[in-house]
Design a protein around this ligand. Structure first.
Ligand SMILES: *Cc1c(COP(=O)(O)O)cnc(C)c1O
Length: 495
């Protein structure tokens, strides 16, 4: 059985289901598989549906769940909530493929993991015969929030609180969260950025004030610091690969490169885990916007926060502290918890850390980084629409630009799949501006106009958003965080 161990103390070791319940280890580390010894050959999955592939892969990684438990979670998650039977279809473009990850209930790639996480969590709770309430604390740069709110709405024995930056998320994203339904949900805006929200959620786990308020309540997380978020994301790398093989575009066993628009490093780390499981992943190309901390890190081996934070039209990547990188450092350093703890301490104390030359070299065997300016991003959206009549969102555009920059620089013509992470309608004002030069002030007018100009279908959940009632409009300061969370914990315990 796989042990999940903390990146900051490898003696802290739990089975999969317990890691899903806890989210973050008490020492601040992230639960990471001690080793990945299972091998899954894509050859054996060639005729599998998305659901069948999901059951195999999630079952292999979360190996203390029974087959029935995994099957029931998979079936409950990947059903008509998605507007295509394929769940994650591929779109051919002239120089590669887009992996369309946004056909779920909130039109963001986060749906892939957040439709199944509540089910994995509930199953884990049953295993332990527990009845206390799981309080999910979630920080969001825009998309996670709504996907988590949708996934956890009215799930028995759970409650969810989402913190989002007051400034930075798109108007559509904000409206999606503010209109959330369900009796166990709460949405709070924070006068700060995503990193502030994420820090708040991480701090709550070890805060005395919060812990004293916990009676019959356990805190967990729906952020990609939870391993139950990452594992379901491995599936679509396999699914894309076997789709390409069945279409005859790739010979089974030959490498495919994946280009990933990256923020918290969760999505791309899932690609690395796919590689560990035996998928022939060539390069993982880490695409960033002007918050290009990861591009610099991959180039130099130094991760430095000494930089300006930018808000961009790809807000889900407006992140300077990329949490899941910690897991990669741990895995590639041979589970060196001491070294990882030191680096994370340096990041906290000095705002930077540097990896050893040998670790840097290991990282570069699989990863490389490219970034796009706002102009590059806009032009890529414009040109793809102009030339191929395919409409993409700004995150996807950042990645497509990175794919082309990578090819130009290296000459590597390996087939490449670009992860398309959101519907363009989530960012309709910016997308409309990119293709037609200007856009109305109001996002929902822009949505209508984008549809009129392109004829690309608006996802149902976004089309009906304008009419929904706003339920949540609370805004707090960063330093109120622990107090607000403690208050909520007392409320849940008394309920
Ligand atoms: C979350 C998100 C990303 C970044 O994914 P990470 O796992 O945080 O690296 C990219 N694009 C969109 C649209 C997202 O919502």
């Amino acid at each position: 059985m796989i042990s999940y161990i903390s990146t900051r103390n490898k003696n802290e070791s739990v089975p999969a289901h317990a890691a899903v319940i806890r989210g973050l280890s008490r020492d601040g580390g992230l639960y990471t598989p001690e080793t990945i010894t299972a091998k899954i050959n894509p050859d054996d999955l060639l005729n599998c549906s998305y659901q069948e592939t999901a059951a195999k892969i999630i079952g292999a990684m979360l190996d203390d769940y029974t087959e029935e438990e995994i099957l029931s979670c998979v079936k409950g998650a990947y059903d008509e909530k998605f507007d295509t039977d394929l769940i994650v279809p591929l779109t051919k473009i002239s120089d590669g493929w887009l992996m369309d990850l946004w056909h779920g209930p909130t039109s963001a790639f986060k749906d892939i993991a957040l439709t199944i996480l509540p089910r994995l969590l509930t199953a884990a709770y049953k295993k332990e015969n527990r009845s206390d309430i799981i309080s999910i604390l979630t920080a969001t740069s825009g998309d996670t929030g709504k996907a988590a709110l949708s996934g956890f709405a009215d799930v028995p024995n759970t409650a969810i609180t989402v913190f989002y930056p007051e400034i930075g998320v798109s108007a559509v994203q904000k409206r999606q969260m503010q209109t959330s339904e369900g009796n166990n949900v709460e949405v709070i805006a924070v006068r700060g950025n995503f990193d502030d929200c994420q820090r708040m959620v991480k701090e709550a786990v070890s805060s005395d004030e919060v812990n004293e308020a916990l009676h019959n309540v356990t805190i967990s997380s729906a952020n990609s610091i939870n391993i139950g978020r990452l594992v379901p994301q491995i599936v679509y790398y396999y699914n894309a690969y076997i789709t390409l093989v069945s279409e005859g575009a790739v010979k089974c066993g030959d490498p495919v490169n994946f280009v990933v628009p990256t923020g918290n490093f969760g999505d791309i780390l899932a690609g690395y885990m796919a590689k560990c499981l035996g998928l022939p992943v060539g390069k993982l190309i880490c695409a960033s916007n002007t918050n290009n901390v990861l591009t610099d890190f991959l180039k130099t081996g130094t991760y430095s926060l000494d930089r300006t934070f930018h808000t961009t039209m790809s807000p889900s990547m407006d992140i300077l502290i990329s949490s899941n990188l910690e897991r990669l450092l741990f895995m590639l350093s041979g589970n060196d918890d001491k070294a990882v703890s030191k680096m994370m301490q340096d990041l906290k104390d000095k705002g930077s850390y540097t990896v050893s030359p040998s670790l840097h070299e290991k990282i570069l065997e699989t990863f490389c980084g490219y970034w796009s300016s706002e102009e590059d991003c806009a032009k890529t959206i414009h040109d793809l629409w102009q030339n191929e009549k395919i409409l993409i969102d700004p995150h996807t555009s950042v990645a497509l630009h990175a794919m082309r920059a990578y090819r130009e620089e290296t000459g590597d013509q390996t087939p490449a799949v670009v992860l398309s992470t959101a519907s363009p309608y989530k960012f309709c004002r910016d997308v409309l501006k990119c293709i037609s030069g200007n856009a109305p002030e109001d996002d929902f007018d822009a949505m209508d106009q984008l549809f009129e100009e392109t004829g690309v279908k608006v996802p149902e959940n976004l089309r009906t958003l304008r009419e929904k009632k706003i339920r949540f409009s609370r805004v707090i300061d960063i330093d109120e965080g622990m107090h607000v969370i403690a208050e909520r914990m007392r409320e849940l315990g008394n309920a």
